[in-house]
Design a protein around this ligand. Structure first.
Ligand SMILES: NC(=O)c1ccc[n+]([C@@H]2O[C@H](COP(=O)([O-])OP(=O)(O)OC[C@H]3O[C@@H](n4cnc5c(N)ncnc54)[C@H](OP(=O)(O)O)[C@@H]3O)[C@@H](O)[C@H]2O)c1
Length: 305
């Protein structure tokens, strides 16, 4: 079974992990730093990011870590992040689109997008587009995008893309995670069309005990809040095990683009293997429509040559 001992020395590789300060992103960062990669912690909270950075540096004295502020719910912050990254690095081997929010009451991002779709999908769409030139100039670069089993119930209503008419926090999260998959698969098709040797791979962690289950209802502290916490407490595997699919997708030389990796046991727990996603996630027309609207909303146009 694939495990992190299979990861070779990553000296010289530059990797970005969004949401690196917590949960799955923290372990992805920690393991890759331990394999000598240079890892950029792309986090929105400086204090949390520096705490995570210190913890990893304490474990691996020679870890090469850099914090650059990134708020995926703010298009200007994404542009600023990309500029800062490009001024400090000349390659990008792996972009881990990991950060996410789940089950929030109705809120909007700085740019007026529904928060979960805006952060989880549009934020990463804009980030990847802003970094595309670096991904294209780095041989065999990879984009790893985090989805969820929640994508199975995801649907996209293009006539109400920001859920302004009707909002359900669970459906909005599922829609954002379906969008992550549609994006990841479409990106690979575009790489193939343009004969680009970069890979786009999707992953999910099954269920992992992380802050994700607390944050959406943190301001509510009602039955719903304790119910969400109970789900992760009863059914969640460790955040470390939850990070294995993303780690495998980021490093395993045998993996092909356009695939989806998740846990072995019922797609919920255990080591990382190839998983299957919903028929809707492979719908090319839907993916193209989402791509077009994502370019329009974010103002980010992908240029492959
Ligand atoms: N845990 C699970 O069972 C599970 C299941 C399926 C999918 N996932 C996916 O796994 C990914 C990681 O989640 P996790 O479980 O590790 O949860 P987590 O511990 O809550 O981590 C989420 C990370 O995303 C960051 N983030 C949220 N909004 C952001 C924004 N606007 N800009 C930049 N960073 C932002 C958070 O930053 P702060 O610390 O500042 O909030 C945090 O670092 C998410 O995409 C999630 O949907 C998790």
């Amino acid at each position: 079974m694939w495990n992190t001992t299979k990861i070779e020395n990553m000296e010289g590789k530059v990797i970005i992990v969004t949401g690196a300060n917590s949960g799955i992103g923290f372990h992805v960062t920690r393991v890759l730093a331990g394999k000598n990669a240079t890892v950029v912690l792309a986090s929105r909270n400086e204090e949390k990011a520096k705490k995570a950075l210190k913890k990893i540096s304490d474990e691996y004295k020679s870890a090469k870590l850099k914090y650059i502020n990134l708020d995926l719910a703010d298009l200007n912050s994404i542009i600023e992040f990309s500029k800062k990254f490009k001024s400090q690095f000349n390659r990008l081997d792996v972009l881990c689109n990991n950060a996410g929010v789940m089950w929030f009451p109705y809120k909007k991002t700085v740019d007026g997008f529904e928060l979960q779709f805006g952060t989880n999908h549009l934020g990463h769409f804009a980030l990847t587009g802003n970094l595309l030139d670096y991904l294209l100039k780095t041989e065999n670069s990879r984009v790893i995008t985090m989805s969820s089993i929640a994508h199975f119930t995801g649907k996209i209503d293009f006539s109400d893309i920001n859920d302004e008419k009707r909002y359900n926090r669970y459906s909005a999260y599922s829609k954002s995670k379906l969008s992550n998959l549609l994006f990841a698969f479409e990106l690979q098709r575009k790489f193939d069309e343009h004969n680009i040797n970069s890979l786009s791979i999707a992953t999910h962690p099954g269920i992992a005990r992380t802050n994700l289950f607390n944050s959406g209802t943190a301001g509510e502290k009602n039955i719903r809040h304790y119910f969400h916490k109970t789900i992760s407490f009863l059914f969640g595997q460790t955040a470390y095990l939850g990070s294995i699919p993303m780690l495998r997708a980021a490093t395993d030389e045998k993996i092909k683009g356009g695939k989806y990796y998740g846990p072995l046991i019922l797609g919920l727990w255990g080591w990382a293997v190839r998983n299957f996603s919903s028929p809707r996630s492979h719908n090319k027309k839907l993916a193209q429509k989402l791509w077009e609207i994502s370019e329009k909303l974010t103002g980010v146009t992908y240029k492959f040559n």
